[in-house]
Design a binder for this molecule. Structure first.
Ligand code: ASC
Length: 150
């Protein structure tokens, strides 16, 4: 038991000390992961946008479902921004890695705003959804303007 406990503790320490890249098989997998998260987030955000802009009728249940997905997805891309993954099939600008504090602030701001969007969507009030949708969109855009290549 003692041996098992020390092995388990050793494994835990090793996993905590492991470089972030160990979370992915290859750096390219980290790029794919963050892009996948953004794709799912953008898909569901656009569905809410279509309702907020009156392009499709407001469906409160569908909006709430999409908003919950957007909120969940907004937590995910960030672990994919491993050091060195500004290369390859990505529009991520190198400034992400030289401005980590500012980048993290943007990521956190997005998560705050998507939580508000999800709360607004649960009320079923279209005006509340519109306002929260706008705030999330501004948060998306703020980072894209600075940290994403066109
Ligand atoms: C979207 C989407 C984004 C944001 C951004 C908001 O629907 O895919 O990246 O909104 O355009 O400014």
């Amino acid at each position: 038991m003692k041996v098992f406990a020390s092995l388990a503790a050793g494994a835990l320490i090793a996993s905590l000390a492991a470089p972030a890249v160990a979370q992915f098989q290859r750096p390219d997998d980290a790029v794919k992961y963050r892009k996948a998260a953004f794709t799912v987030m953008g898909t569901h955000f656009s569905r809410i946008g279509a309702m907020a802009n009156g392009r499709v009728p407001f469906d409160a249940t569908a909006a709430a479902n999409s908003a919950a997905i957007v909120e969940t997805m907004s937590a995910l891309p960030w672990e994919g921004f491993l050091a060195g993954t500004d290369k390859g099939d990505t529009r991520a600008k190198p400034e992400i890695w030289t401005e980590q504090v500012k980048f993290k602030e943007g990521a956190e701001k997005l998560q705050v705003e998507t939580a508000k969007l999800s709360a607004a969507a649960k009320t079923g009030n279209l005006d509340a959804v519109k306002a929260a949708f706008g705030a999330v969109g501004q948060s998306c855009k703020a980072c894209h303007d600075v940290y994403r290549k066109d």
